[in-house]
Design a binder for this molecule. Structure first.
Ligand code: CA
Ligand code: CA
Length: 303
């Protein structure tokens, strides 16, 4: 039974000698009951969550675990940075229980081995960045994906960090298995963005929602199902998406903020997770930008 009922029961059967005024006792009781009711509700919510979901993947980032993640070198969106592997230039640091993904100004022009989907090689650049994916490591059909993360700064021009999931048959690098042949954003290569921050337009704001496929390679509507929401980006928050019936439900710290009604069944494929920090436009930057991730989790519904 909830703690609330136990304490209330004790209070109702004991006369408090240290409070002579009947009125004061009433006020105190009301206050205590209110606090306990909130506590009771929180406990019930937690119990409800535990009865619905079962964790089948959790990475707390105590180390960089190659069974869960691989570096992803790819050139998309005409971005000016180069993704580099193995924490080069401190772009993918794991320390003190968190992952730090960074964009870093290396201070000199560097060659880049990133290729776009048409086989074009990225030109030399002074900007390097971190990007990891769970492709061919941890892939799940539906369920619930959550990450706890924060930015070290936000709202600066060209910042483009993201936490998102992508269909496992996506045909972009790295292609490691024969069935990775489906072009973005068709089914098998669908995209759901859980957290994305565009520093050119937003301050303390993030975007969440699915990308609508228009049924052809590279044809999408990225506005129809995505929305912007306020959040204190330099504090840790939990950002999640889950399949509920045929809906996709988006939560900030467990509270529903948005829903793609009837869209869940359009993403029936196994999906993998991506965490990356991109630099989306030509605006210059100095030093480094950091996105810090405490953990990533996938849960499945208990049958
Ligand atoms: Ca695969
Ligand atoms: Ca952690």
């Amino acid at each position: 039974m909830c703690l609330f009922f136990r304490i209330l029961s004790i209070l109702c059967h004991q006369k408090p000698k240290w409070l002579p005024m009947k009125k004061s006792v009433s006020y105190l009781l009301i206050l205590i009951i209110s606090v306990l009711m909130i506590e009771c509700k929180t406990q019930e919510k937690k119990a409800e969550n535990e009865s619905v979901w079962e964790v089948d993947f959790l990475d707390n980032f105590e180390t960089f675990n190659p069974d869960n993640w691989q570096d992803q070198r790819i050139w998309v969106n005409n971005e000016t940075h180069c993704y580099v592997p193995d924490n080069q230039y401190n772009t993918r640091e794991v320390s003190d229980g968190t992952l730090k993904l960074r964009v870093v100004n290396a201070g000199k022009m560097l060659p880049c081995d990133n290729f776009d989907k048409h086989g074009n090689q990225h030109p030399e650049t002074q900007y390097v960045a971190g990007r990891i994916c769970s492709k061919n490591r941890k892939e799940f059909i539906k369920g619930k994906w959550t990450a706890r993360l924060r930015m070290h700064s936000n709202g600066e021009k060209s910042m483009f960090p993201a936490w998102w999931i992508l269909g496992a048959q996506n045909n972009e690098p790295p292609v490691q298995e024969p069935d990775e042949t489906v072009c973005w954003p068709l089914t098998g290569s669908g995209e759901i963005d859980i957290f994305e921050h565009h520093g050119d337009y937003h301050h303390d704001m993030f975007t969440t929602g699915a990308i609508e496929s228009l049924g052809e390679c590279d044809k999408s509507n990225w506005e129809s199902m995505r929305r912007n929401f306020p959040a204190t980006l330099n504090e840790f928050h939990e950002y999640s998406v889950e399949w509920e019936g045929s809906d996709l439900v988006y939560r900030l710290d467990g509270k529903e903020i948005y829903r793609n009604v009837g869209q869940g069944d359009k993403y029936p494929e196994p999906m993998f997770a991506i965490l990356n920090f991109a630099k989306i436009s030509d605006s210059p930057m100095e030093g480094s930008w950091t996105m810090e991730v405490d953990w990533v989790k996938h849960e499945k519904r208990k049958s």
